[in-house]
Design a protein around this ligand. Structure first.
Ligand code: FAD
Length: 378
């Protein structure tokens, strides 16, 4: 770690310790975290970590950003997923594919945390097979008219702007993955409707909503890049997104390990602390080893990304391994706590619930394996 990385990581840890962790259970219970937290993340520069300084970002590399994201997730995974989606997907897609005017207009307020971003690819009937989407953009004079339903949008109502993918081909000339465009849509646009708020197993403070577009007009300058390339832009964005989810999974795991170490030292059975039992020591050793391995793979992938190397395979590997490690570690953490691990009063029950979705969103574990296998034969 460089001194700068150490400094940013410490800042993220301190912020998570003081401003996030103490309220995490309360936000989970209320299915809500306050907007002020987003503003504070913005003040720290944490919503523009990998954006260049010319767009008011911190201009950091991916490795440093992912270290900070791990620390935020160690405090609370719901806050981390909002921060991660914003940093990895909408902002990076605009940076990579936007015109100078679009970058100037959107990235500066996004970097400062005044505008929180979301990413909307999934639909009720197309998840893993995202290119099978149905939502349609129709070209009209001066812009596009958007219609259709999207599903599972993190920050979709709470946020201010969504980068969303819709079909730009026509029903009589379907072009599959090459018939999809990406649009920048402020959530206060007329015709933007926030639907069902999902009642989730974990990460309950983060917002996950269905959205619908009803004859919603967006001007031409809100189309991102080429109208036939939106799906490709989204897939490239997801490589960065998956590193974010891996960092999130490592943060959840690290919190579970720390709680387990403390509890095993304090809880006494058979006249001694349970950490004295070899069976317990093996458990803690396995948990710690998987976390280190997940973190090492994540940072191997981050280094490749920062060196400008192709990252699809490593990002999928990092997400696959770190999310499965998070399920292993949090399951073991519940076991370390015994009956107390199963009740809300203690923190590991929430960590267990928070871990599961890391194996699902931004591509399930099965889809990560398909990506890895495809890259192995490339
Ligand atoms: C909390 C949460 C937040 C989310 N946030 C966002 C967001 O911000 N933006 C967004 O666009 N989406 C978001 N999603 C959607 C998420 O990315 C999808 O849920 C995920 O991609 C899986 O799609 P699906 O739920 O439709 O499952 P399906 O695709 O229907 O999959 C069902 C099962 O079939 C398996 N499967 C599917 N295809 C294959 C195959 N070819 N081979 C083997 N197995 C296969 C899957 O792995 C899974 O086990 C979010 C989801 C959740 C739960």
């Amino acid at each position: 770690m460089t001194p700068e990385q150490q400094q940013i990581r410490d800042l993220a840890r301190e912020f998570a310790e003081n401003e996030i962790r103490p309220f995490s259970a309360e936000w989970d219970e209320a299915h809500h975290f306050p907007r002020e937290v987003v503003a504070k993340l913005g003040e720290l520069g944490f919503l523009g970590m990998v954006l260049p300084e010319e767009y008011d970002g911190l201009g950091l590399d991916s490795a440093t950003y992912l270290m900070a994201l791990e620390e935020i997730a160690r405090g609370d995974a719901s806050v981390a997923v909002s921060m991660g989606v914003h940093n990895s997907l909408p902002t990076q897609m605009i940076l990579a594919n936007g015109t100078p005017g679009q970058k100037e207009r959107w990235l500066k307020p996004m970097a400062r945390g005044e505008v929180l971003g979301a990413f909307s690819l999934s639909e009720p009937d197309s998840g893993s097979d995202a290119a099978g989407m149905l939502a349609q953009a129709r070209k009209v004079d001066g812009g596009w008219v958007l219609n259709g339903a999207k599903a599972w949008v993190t920050n979709g109502g709470f946020g201010d702007v969504v980068v969303t993918m819709l079909r730009t081909d026509t029903p009589d000339d379907r072009r599959g993955a090459k018939g999809i465009g990406a649009f920048i849509v402020p959530t206060n646009t007329e015709g933007y409707v926030v639907g069902r708020r999902e009642e989730k197993m974990g990460q309950r403070a983060s917002e996950t909503v269905g959205i619908a577009f009803h004859e919603m007009f967006v001007p031409d300058d809100q189309l991102l890049g080429d109208p036939s390339q939106g799906f490709i832009y989204a897939l490239k964005g997801l490589d960065a997104g998956r590193l974010g989810i891996a960092a999130l999974a490592v943060g959840i795991s690290q919190a579970a390990l720390e709680h387990s170490l403390a509890y095993a030292a304090e809880r006494r059975q058979f006249g001694k602390a349970i950490r004295e039992f070899e069976g317990m020591q093996f458990k803690l050793a396995n948990m710690a080893t998987r976390i280190e391995a997940a973190r090492a793979l994540l940072h191997r992938a981050a280094a490749a990304k920062d060196a400008g190397e192709p990252v699809a395979k490593l990002a999928a590997m990092a997400k696959l391994f770190a999310s499965e490690a998070a399920m292993y570690v949090t399951t073991e953490a519940v076991q370390v706590f015994g009956g107390y691990g199963y009740v809300r009063e203690y923190p590991v029950e929430k960590l267990f619930r928070d871990a599961k979705v890391t194996e699902i969103y931004e591509g399930t574990s099965e889809i990560q394996k398909l990506v890895i296998a495809r890259e192995l034969y490339r």
